[in-house]
Design a protein. Sequence first.
Length: 362
Amino acid sequence: MKIAQICKSLWKVHPHSINATQLIVSQITEELVKRGHEVTLFASGDSKTKAKLVSVAPRCMNYDQTKKPVLNSDYDYLLVSELFKQARKFDIIHSHFHFQTGLFSNLIKTPVISTLHDDLGKKPQKDILPFLKNSQYYISISNDQRKSLPQLNYVRTIYHGTDTEKLKFNPNPENHLVYLGRIDAAKGTGLAVKAALKSKKKLLIGGVVHRQEHWKNYWFNEIDPSIKNGKVVYYGEVGFAQKSEFLGKAKALLFTTHGQQSLIPTPGHYTWREPFGLTMIEAMACGTPVIAFRWAAAPEIVVNGKTGFLVNSVEEMAEAIKKIDQIDRGECRRHIEKNFTIKKMVDKYEKVYHQAIENYKF
């Protein structure tokens, strides 16, 4: 097949990307190339791929602080325009935008599939996507993700996969916990700190502290005091190449995304309905069990009592930490090998591509 992949230029598409969406796009693209498909990737100019690369920006917008958000979106529309000019070259277009391709997909004869990578309860997709519910085929990345916008033209839920060759199994962890992800109230970083303190376990935090004021305030109010007291360690940004060691050495990953506004210390800050949670499968691939709040997609990924624990409060999380040695780390690894590999993910995408091409009517 001749396949186009397209995603935002905000981050570069790279096998070691720290951004989940761009990492998944890279994994899909490289696996499709490996399988002999003719793939063109529409992304930032500094992306790394074996596919043909088409870009309108020489490097990703995330590293150019002179570009305002509205200007970033202008680059996205320019990239969509460039793709649609070439649409006839492709059998299928696979978009990783939420609605930008859907605005124009009825104007071309090539079928468009859009994988939805975000919380669909957030603006602007919450307001715009209902108008585009039949403009393209939609892929959800968890069944729970659909609850916010059930009316879209979904063709399948396809869970993310991860690289089980690069993420090494570690049967002998050290005696600490980890948190990995955006350091944010909606992601519940501070709740991981509280649970670790209650369990009297060392916690390593991996992630980036963003520059915006509310994120900085959250860091200084909720996280920094425990670091200064020596009870929590800030590890810093964790690239994909570091994940095996960071995740594999831990007793457990604390996944603290939640839907309780009462737990958000910043007034007016949104809750986040996690559409998937890539770090959960990366941790389990290393043999590290996951303790997660019973919220959003977590129950679809963590097998309670077998690959980790699903909990309802910080207190329950602290209790689960105490019994984490009951979890068989080998079972965590087998769970990923059975359900969440790159191969299994791309197998499903190939089937959807064929289905869309066969059934598409302009």
